[in-house]
Write a protein of this length. Structure first.
Length: 271
């Protein structure tokens, strides 16, 4: 369980869900380290924590840097006597049909969304095995559970995180290491502002989506799920409903996805 004196590392802690998780864990008395490659965003996280009377440490980290990730994890473990909780939250987005994607697009998204998680697991998991305890939380997405037309690379990367996490959970049980998969639905974070959209009018395509919940509300749901011992936490009612519909009737859901694609193509800016 998460509690005072335990140590947590949250990647992507400079904004959005990551920042909200950092602050929520700090309120529980944990030693929290926020990691991000965006130093300005990271500084804002620490300032926000200070304004709330919280103590949060921060480290610069590019999750695609395998050796750098390992170094950071070992530094934290050495300073605090171990790492109790790793939340692999860092991620980037990109929208567009498969026909519009370039090789460099695939590689950039996969490097962050998939290999950023792999690097975190590779860094922290052996240390947790040695201690016989620890908790790894991998943040995927509803897009990791359902087909989502117009989000080809993002969907592929997040489906990969789902498979990785569920396999790791089975392997980690005998070592005393807990593993949790988190799949948020639509959450109002800066990812929508900074993510490129290829082939579609960005404003018009995003208008097809529900408004979503705040990052703070998302963090509360995630932590509540972790405290209940859930191994899969799907955030938002709509996300849970869509994930259930996909499981119950994949064929019907695929039909619905194709209908959504027809609506989305009305926002295309290209051929």
């Amino acid at each position: 369980m998460m509690g005072p004196g335990q140590t947590a590392l949250v990647t992507g802690g400079g904004s959005g869900i990551g920042r909200a998780l950092v602050l929520a864990l700090a309120r529980r008395g944990m030693h929290v380290v926020a990691a991000d490659r965006d130093l300005a965003a990271l500084a804002e996280t620490t300032r926000t924590a200070e304004r709330g009377g919280l103590v949060v440490a921060s480290v610069a980290l590019d999750v695609t840097d395998r050796d750098g990730f390992a170094t950071r994890v070992h530094e934290i473990a050495d300073e605090w006597g171990g790492l109790d909780l790793l939340i692999n939250n860092a991620g980037v987005g990109m929208a567009g049909e498969i026909r519009d994607m370039a090789d460099e697009d695939w590689r950039r998204i996969m490097e962050v969304n998939l290999f950023g998680v792999v690097n975190g697991v590779d860094a922290a998991y052996p240390l947790m095995i040695q201690r016989g305890r620890g908790h790894i939380v991998n943040v995927s997405s509803l897009a990791g559970l359902i087909p989502l037309p117009g989000e080809s690379i993002y969907v592929a990367s997040k489906h990969a995180v789902v498979g990785l996490t569920r396999t790791l959970e089975a392997e980690a049980r005998d070592h005393g290491v807990a593993v949790t998969l988190v799949c948020p639905g639509v959450v109002k974070t800066p990812i929508y502002d900074v993510s490129p959209v290829v082939g579609f009018d960005k404003e018009a395509s995003l208008a097809l989506w529900p408004e979503g919940i705040s990052a703070e509300a998302c963090a509360r749901e995630i932590i509540a799920g972790l405290e209940r011992g859930q191994r899969t936490v799907i955030v938002t009612r709509m996300a849970r409903a869509l994930a259930l519909a996909q499981r119950v009737s994949p064929r019907l859901f695929q039909h619905a996805a194709a209908l959504y694609m027809k609506r989305l193509r009305h926002t295309r800016t290209g051929g």
